[in-house]
Design a protein around this ligand. Structure first.
Ligand code: SF4
Length: 402
């Protein structure tokens, strides 16, 4: 049965290679080798097929808006003419009846004044991947010569700020780092939009701090890191950046938002299109094994709504609703939604596990909810149907006694 909901957009892998070589990358470092067989840059024939499929999809679901997020590898490797052609083709196919949004996620290394002017002219929102000061960023984000990329990324960021680009920062959290130092660093750079991604590991490849010492209800370094960041950010009375994960978490607890790919109740409404025109569920799932995301779906043969029926796409779309047994008992499942699908994986049980970050999520989510409760009026608390839930209560609901 096709889903009743259309896509919000597509993440288009316009370049399948990268000019740097981050050690935690889910594309190249977690066992998936399928990128080796892909064209380095998407051909215009594939862009034409993409626009035809998107156009029909927008008609089928009567969509008024559609997002194109250009991604890689490193998308700027596709070159400026590609970006212009891509936007022209999208506008020609859809522009009169669908509001189009264009975004690009870049490591920032190639970003300079000319690129910024070009992207502004095409109305792109720019996401720059920057993990913090050099001593944190360069631990993982090195180039192919093993040289840190921090200075080049920050130069790209400064060029974007100088050109008044619409931009945000995407950082991968490192629980060994000091979140307060990172927060001060990004504020000092004048960043208005910021997000931290949970590193993409799962039960067979545990996150670095669980490689030597297993996660337990008392050992939650990732949750503790987020709690320190939340407390600092929440009590900051000055001008402060929007931190997407925390903003959405608050809105979800208040019943205003229903979540996104990482947590919540929302259907995942994005698909990936590879440089060869292959259509896939989510690039983060590449961390689950070689070729894991390949289900034989292609722009040449399938409408996007036909792709919904393939098992991994369907699992990813419904990941906050198709929950493992343990999550179905969990007192905070409405907010957590079992976390990100990729973090539940093990070869033995596939996705029938709680998140590898389960205790971290539980501790963080109950903490945020209880801090909010202590700041809200009784009317608001009643209206949102909120009740205090401690970490111990949440653990008890899945039969764990702290
Ligand atoms: S906190 Fe753990 S058990 Fe509860 S929904 Fe999230 S992953 Fe599942």
């Amino acid at each position: 049965m096709p889903s009743q909901q259309g896509l919000s957009g597509v993440v288009v892998k316009i370049a399948s290679r990268c000019n740097i070589n981050c050690s935690y990358c889910y594309m190249y470092q977690m066992g998936d080798e399928s990128y080796r067989f892909l064209p380095k840059v998407m051909a215009y024939a594939q862009v034409d097929q993409l626009m035809e499929r998107v156009s029909r999809h927008c008609d089928e679901f009567k969509l008024a808006e559609f997002d194109f997020i250009l991604h890689g590898g490193e998308p700027l490797l596709a070159g400026k003419p590609f970006f212009r052609k891509f936007v022209e083709k999208a506008r020609a196919a859809l522009g009169t009846r669908v509001k189009l949004k264009f975004g690009v996620q870049t490591n920032g290394v190639l970003l300079d004044a000319a690129w910024c002017e070009w992207l502004n002219d095409l109305s792109f929102h720019i996401g720059i991947s920057l993990d913090g000061p050099a001593h944190w960023h360069d631990r993982f984000r090195k180039d192919h010569r093993q040289l840190g990329s921090h200075a080049r990324t920050v130069a790209g960021l400064k060029a974007a700020q100088l050109a008044n680009c619409r931009l945000g920062i995407l950082a991968v959290m490192d629980a060994a780092s000091d979140p307060l130092e990172l927060y001060a660093y990004f504020k000092g750079l004048g960043i208005d939009y910021l997000d931290f991604l949970w590193p993409d590991y799962h039960h067979d490849k545990p996150p670095p701090l669980y490689a030597q010492r297993a996660s337990t209800p008392a050992y939650t370094p990732y949750g503790d890191w987020w709690i320190r960041l939340f407390d600092c950010w929440f009590t900051d009375r000055g001008a402060k950046p929007r931190i997407r994960f925390l903003n959405q978490l608050i809105f979800m607890i208040l019943g205003i938002d229903t979540g996104f790919e990482s947590i919540g109740q929302e259907e995942n409404r994005y698909l990936i299109v590879e440089t060869d025109g292959g259509i896939e569920a989510s690039d983060y799932l590449k961390a689950c094994g070689d070729g894991f995301t390949k289900e034989g779906m292609h722009l040449a043969h399938h409408e996007f709504s036909e792709v919904y029926a393939s098992p991994l796409v369907n699992m990813h779309r419904q990941s906050h609703r198709i929950l493992p047994h343990v999550c179905r008992q969990c007192r905070i499942r409405q907010v957590c939604g079992g976390g990100h699908l990729a973090h539940r994986f093990s070869a033995e049980s596939q996705f029938a596990n709680a998140s590898v970050y389960c205790y971290d999520l539980m501790k963080l989510l109950t903490h945020v909810q209880n801090v909010l409760l202590s700041h809200l009026s009784s009317g608001t608390i009643e209206g949102a149907g909120l009740a205090p839930t401690t970490y111990a209560d949440a653990l008890k609901s899945i039969n764990i006694v702290k």
